[in-house]
Write a protein that binds this ligand. Structure first.
Ligand SMILES: [Zn+2]
Length: 283
């Protein structure tokens, strides 16, 4: 797997932002990136049904779509990636590997688990980019992002919810610490003008960012590391579930459209034949 993924690191890096690009063109895309847990009441992160069907039964699909579906969408992409690995569909393996990485990283961002995702309800407008872009841009050079070996995930849907839970538990700190600093540090010290390419933009000042970063006590690094670990674990799990196909041969080999079509049809037939044996697969 390492050979295959290293070989395609540039593609995956460049395409990791595709899901955000699609948000403006595809209307189904936006809710795949977040879940507004607060709208489901107290302790929602522990109470919302883990599996899609149960959640639809509890709240209706319209409600879920309105407030975000990231925990379930990651699991759906996992099935798609497993299928792409089964048929050796290189372009979809790469596309879906990049996509799932994006959604997993979003799920690790505390502000992706709340309706107050940009501090708009607490007079902290801009905090989203502050936490997920400005802080890593300034400080990630010093992060230790080595996660070690990937491990097989026994129950991916539950593991995804553990991720969401961990992110959501950080939310109070993300909001409260910035609020505290915004009172302690004068407004004109909070921002600075910095250059981005040809233009000047107003950003959070380096001192203000440093103070916020220190108060968070490694949270951005922990969440980033958790993202990396889960992306690796998820790719590995899909590959194992696909029957551990040899990816070396896929590095250079390009299937023709006809071959891909055939293999997809084969998979479809296999699935139809196995549908009764696979009923328990999800739980
Ligand atoms: Zn996103």
């Amino acid at each position: 797997m390492i050979g295959f993924y290293k070989h395609h690191i540039q593609y995956i890096t460049e395409n990791a932002v595709n899901p955000d690009r699609r948000r403006y063109a595809v209307k189904e895309e936006a809710p795949r990136h977040y879940i507004d847990l607060d709208i489901y009441g107290d302790s929602a992160v522990y109470k919302v049904p883990r599996y899609w069907k149960d959640a639809v039964a509890a709240y209706s699909e319209d409600t879920l779509q309105a407030y975000g579906i990231v925990p379930w969408h990651i699991n759906r992409v996992r099935y798609q990636l497993t299928d792409a690995l089964k048929v050796g569909d290189v372009s979809n393996i790469l596309r879906l590997s990049a996509d799932i990485g994006h959604y997993i990283a979003d799920a690790n961002v505390p502000l992706h688990t709340t309706e107050n995702y940009n501090g708009q309800f607490t007079d902290q407008y801009g905090i989203h980019g502050f936490w997920e872009s400005r802080l890593p841009e300034l400080f990630s050079n010093n992060y230790d992002l080595f996660t070690g070996k990937a491990s097989y995930i026994e129950n991916p849907q539950i593991r995804i919810w553990e991720t969401i839970t961990q992110a959501h538990l950080g939310l109070d700190s993300v909001l409260a610490f910035e609020k505290k600093l915004s009172i302690e540090i004068k407004q004109d010290k909070q921002y600075e003008i910095s250059q981005r390419g040809q233009s000047n933009i107003k950003t959070y000042s380096s001192n203000y960012s440093k103070a916020y970063h220190e108060s968070l006590d490694g949270m951005v690094e922990r969440q980033m590391k958790a993202s990396i670990k889960l992306v690796g674990d998820m790719w590995f799990t899909c590959w194992v579930d696909a029957g551990q196909p040899n990816l070396d041969s896929l590095m250079s080999y390009q299937f023709t459209e006809e071959e891909l079509k055939q293999r997809k049809e084969e998979l479809q037939r296999w699935k139809e034949a196995n549908i009764y044996n696979n009923r328990t697969h999800e739980h």
